[in-house]
Design a protein around this ligand. Structure first.
Ligand code: NAP
Length: 256
């Protein structure tokens, strides 16, 4: 019997962990797909392809031409476009899809969050009075803060923000997580940060700044997720593996 072909839309730690687990299985043949944005992507345990598909039609064509049996959307919770395309392509081709998406963070006692729906909304929520802002949303949407040039920004990203923002007060740092709470606390104190802008990414790797903000009483403008609601979703790699096995179980194939 041939192997089951699985396309994993990736770009997250969980996608790599899932691929690692699937690589150990002889009945699955997985391909991991990256957007190709990161200059030095991490090594992956299964074959990798890189770059966009050309929208939902391109993804649908790729799925059928390459004879995939399952599509797993393990992209970042804020990669909304590819998730939307995955849902459309799966619907069009009839190829099963599920999402692996870590649980979002919930407010805890001591947190001072203002939840917003988008990055532009976060820029507005900073208000008119100048503040010292830690911008921890990645580089792609940082440009939205050009609309709020009265603030001083500490901007952290994995790859450089290019072009630099057209604002008078910005300090750029490059760093890749995970970030520990103690180091985050020090960063916030040293830079006299008054407010943090973050995405509700969930997981542990970037939670340090949220815990540090809580400890220091610093407010957080939290950009919440906007993902397709009707896609079957699991929150852990273990549950994803269980679902893969279930979807390829003899019972499922017989349609019972
Ligand atoms: P996005 O806005 O949802 O997607 C933009 C376009 O990039 C998609 O339409 C698709 O191009 C291509 N693309 C995205 N992910 C892809 C993948 N895994 N494989 C092949 N093509 C992909 O995505 P994004 O927010 O730019 O994120 C890009 C990548 O970075 C994703 O893999 C994501 O998991 C990762 N990431 C994102 C964030 C974040 O905050 N957004 C944080 C950490 C990691 P076509 O339409 O041409 O197919």
């Amino acid at each position: 019997m041939g192997k089951h072909r699985i396309l994993i839309l990736a770009g997250t730690t969980e996608a790599r962990q899932l691929a690692t687990a699937l690589a150990e299985r002889t009945d699955y043949d997985s391909l991991l797909s990256l957007a190709g944005r990161t200059a030095e992507p991490m090594a992956q345990p299964v074959p990798v392809r890189s770059g966009g598909f050309g929208g939902s039609d391109g993804l649908a064509d790729f799925l059928t031409t390459e004879k995939f049996d399952l599509l797993i959307d393990a992209t970042h919770p804020f990669a909304a476009r590819i998730s939307h395309n995955a849902a459309i392509a799966a619907g069009r081709t009839g190829i099963p899809l599920f999402a692996l998406r870590r649980a979002e963070w919930k407010q805890e006692p001591g947190d001072r969050w203002t939840s917003v729906r988008s990055v532009p909304e976060a820029a507005l929520a900073l208000g008119t009075a100048p503040n010292r802002v830690f911008l921890a949303i990645g580089r792609q949407e940082a440009f939205h803060f050009e609309s709020a040039p009265q603030h001083s920004y500490l901007i952290r990203s994995v790859d450089p923000v290019t072009p630099r923002l057209d604002i008078p007060h910005a300090l750029y740092i490059l760093a890749t997580g995970p970030f520990e709470e103690a180091a985050e606390r020090q960063l916030l104190i040293e830079n006299r940060i008054e407010v943090i802008v973050a995405k509700n990414s969930g997981g542990t790797a970037t939670h340090g700044k949220i815990a540090a903000a809580r400890a220091l009483g610093i407010p957080v403008i939290m950009v919440e997720r906007q993902q397709p609601a009707d896609v079957r979703t699991v929150e852990t790699v273990k549950d994803a593996l269980g679902l893969v096995d279930h979807l390829f179980s003899p019972e499922m194939k017989r349609g019972v």
